[in-house]
Design a protein around this ligand. Structure first.
Ligand SMILES: Cc1cc2nc3c(=O)[nH]c(=O)nc-3n(C[C@H](O)[C@H](O)[C@H](O)COP(=O)(O)OP(=O)(O)OC[C@H]3O[C@@H](n4cnc5c(N)ncnc54)[C@H](O)[C@@H]3O)c2cc1C
Length: 286
């Protein structure tokens, strides 16, 4: 399969990329790592007249721990997070999630910002952004704006990014002591059929605080289930509690049916994966 013919320009700076976007509007598409866009173009689901290559824009690949949070440049490769050379306090989830993104060559080329902008509802970074209330920085010709994850992801492959804008950075404002991701995929490297991520702090007396839970593959974008989160707050970690939270999560979703499984199967996976992720997060540093 080959894409429809297109023109190609490499942007040298952020300003250059924004100028090209402003000039060509809807006819143009950004390409970063190309690990999602190339497939979409090969299937002719997208036929941009111009590709604007932002892959080598300077100063947009970084992971910066700051004020208890972490700033991630849009061009940071999945692999960089997988093999981040220092402990990322409160963000153990980042290398754990990176490891589950596709295959090794995909992780060396694909970018964090590309995944967020592509907005696949089963993508690990979409899950993490939803779980930890990410703030997504978007640059346009007239300045920069910041959009919270809850308002950024609009649905299947649709986001708040306008046709003349690009994602520059994702800020995760606060991590958690404990976190885990559990997912089920048909084959190693495939997108998950269902994925569950959890994060919480453990008080000195061992009670769960600030629990968060996000699910992928069960809707048009990643979803949180407040009812399941609420039942964890102030409780001591224990298998019965985690089983109940899994049940609550499964009750709180309305999953789609497709070739990979019907709604009942996805609910079953949700129950199991939430329980597993909560237990893994609890056991992580014991
Ligand atoms: C076989 C295979 C398996 C995969 N498995 C997984 C998986 O398990 N989990 C997972 O999460 N992903 C998976 N992926 C996708 C991979 O993670 C991609 O790297 C990622 O989705 C997109 O990043 P990219 O840099 O390659 O973006 P590109 O493909 O270059 O772009 C994707 C889209 O985002 C837009 N875009 C890119 N960067 C920006 C930006 N900075 N601002 C605004 N718009 C932008 C592009 O215009 C395009 O529409 C898989 C891919 C393949 C080919």
């Amino acid at each position: 399969m080959k894409p429809a013919p297109f023109l190609y320009r490499r942007a040298e700076t952020l300003e250059h990329a924004l100028a090209l976007l402003a000039e060509h509007g809807d006819e143009a598409k950004l390409i970063a790592g190309g690990q999602s866009l190339a497939a979409v173009m090969n299937l002719r689901l997208s036929r941009p007249e111009l590709l604007i290559d932002i892959d080598r824009l300077p100063g947009m690949s970084y992971v910066l721990p700051e004020d208890g949070g972490v700033r991630i440049g849009a061009l940071t490769r999945h692999r960089h997070l997988e093999r981040y050379p220092a402990p990322l306090d409160g963000f153990d989830l980042l290398p754990a999630a990176a490891e589950l993104v596709g295959h090794y060559p995909i992780r060396t080329r694909g970018t964090f910002g590309g995944s967020i902008a592509h907005a696949d509802p089963a993508a690990e970074w979409v899950l993490v952004a939803t779980l930890l209330d990410a703030r997504i920085r978007i640059a346009g010709r007239h300045g920069t704006r910041t959009v919270p994850a809850a308002e950024f992801f609009h649905g299947f492959f649709t986001t708040a990014v306008g046709p003349d804008e690009l994602v520059t950075e994702v800020v995760l404002p606060a991590g958690r002591d404990r976190s885990a991701i559990a997912e089920f995929a048909r084959r190693h490297g495939d997108f998950a059929v269902v994925a569950a991520t959890v994060a919480f702090d453990l008080d000195e007396d061992g009670t769960i605080r600030r629990p968060r839970l996000a699910l992928g593959g069960v809707g048009a974008t990643a979803v949180r289930v407040p009812a399941a989160e609420e039942m964890l707050e102030g409780e001591h970690p224990r298998p019965e509690l985690f089983a109940a939270a899994g049940q609550a999560a499964a009750r709180g979703i309305d999953p789609p049916a497709d070739a990979h499984g019907d709604a009942g199967y996805r609910r079953h996976l949700t129950r199991t994966l939430v329980q597993r992720a909560l237990q893994e997060a609890t056991d992580a540093r014991d």
